[in-house]
Design a protein around this ligand. Sequence first.
Ligand code: NAI
Length: 302
Amino acid sequence: AKEPVRVLVTGAAGQIGYALVPMIARGVMLGSDQPIILHMLDIEPATEALNGVKMELVDAAFPLLMDVVATTDAMVACKGVNIAVMVGGFPRKEGMERKDVMSKNVSIYKAQASALEKQAAPDCKVLVVANPANTNALILKEFAPSIPEKNITCLTRLDHNRALGQLSERLKIHVGQVKNVIIWGNHSSTQYPDVNHATVTPTNSEEKPVRSVVADDNWLNTEFITTVQQRGAAIIKARKLSSALSAASAACDHIRDWLHVIKDNGQLFRVRLKIDDFSREKMDATAKELVEEKTLAYSCLN
Ligand code: NAI
């Protein structure tokens, strides 16, 4: 039998946590033959809720779940973890300044980076989900210098999956028939979903560029992009809560595909792509926002 893998989920008493931990315990993230030890971290006020989640995990009697560590102590939570999914964070509340939210998250990610730095397994892989995801990942990298930089990532897979979903709805084909969509930039409304390199393989036909199959550049360059950019807001409007099951599922996709690539090729690889003016402009805009976020985050460190 395989050795158990220790998977940390922070913010485990929250919405995404509630959708994510059963997926991990069922083998959706690491495969149906991989035993798991789940580490769940949340903050003191969520202690009871966190214990409730632990009770449900016990009640679900997952065959792969070897043990559950539920704690409000980051040092305990991070001990020996091989994979860390960072979902916990401080949400923006009505009337709060951007700087105040940033400042809260910078201090959370600084502290949790130190805990990972001291406690995590060597070669621990980190996925930051909590917003501002890209910038939280940057802070984590800064304060966990012994974790290889390439092991620290943030979640854009949800945006990617949303783009696949929109194309598949439009073309009335299955999502599995669409590939090579790219999301550039920040996980925010400036992100740029790029279909210029994407292809579809219609049933009983060969692979074709998405642009030629959709045959509506106007839709691809406007409505498609804004729908993907604003999908998170649309979910909040409909559900009165932000996306959780799709975020949890995307986190599993992210880790599963990442580990698979690493196993096959030793490391992530680079590809060379031609970028047109339309894309360049959209990429520059989201890059500018990331730089502003970075500046704001660093100003919170002092
Ligand atoms: P939630 O508010 O339901 O859960 C967050 C949990 O984190 C709460 O249980 C809270 O007590 C906990 N928490 C707060 N500070 C913590 C700390 N210092 N250490 C450990 N836990 C802490 O929120 P939800 O809906 O689960 O979303 C979580 C985060 O994921 C949010 O920041 C949200 O914006 C982000 N998100 C990111 C997506 C992406 O695609 N990157 C998609 C959807 C949500």
